[in-house]
Design a protein. Sequence first.
Length: 67
Amino acid sequence: MIREIETTKGTWKIYGVYFTPSDSFHDIVKKAIESGNLRQSYLQQITGHRAPIQVDRASKEIHFLQF
């Protein structure tokens, strides 16, 4: 599943999780992108996702991986 989030820093593709634009998850990830705080530990803390998270800033992609 691929979702896209429109942010002030461009359009980011989000992989591995399902959400809709009305979900709080959308707003949480959007705020993290816009603040530039995309460390795995921070994303895990704010989203509750405990498996690894890979961020590719160059291609504007975030992959929420599974164990």
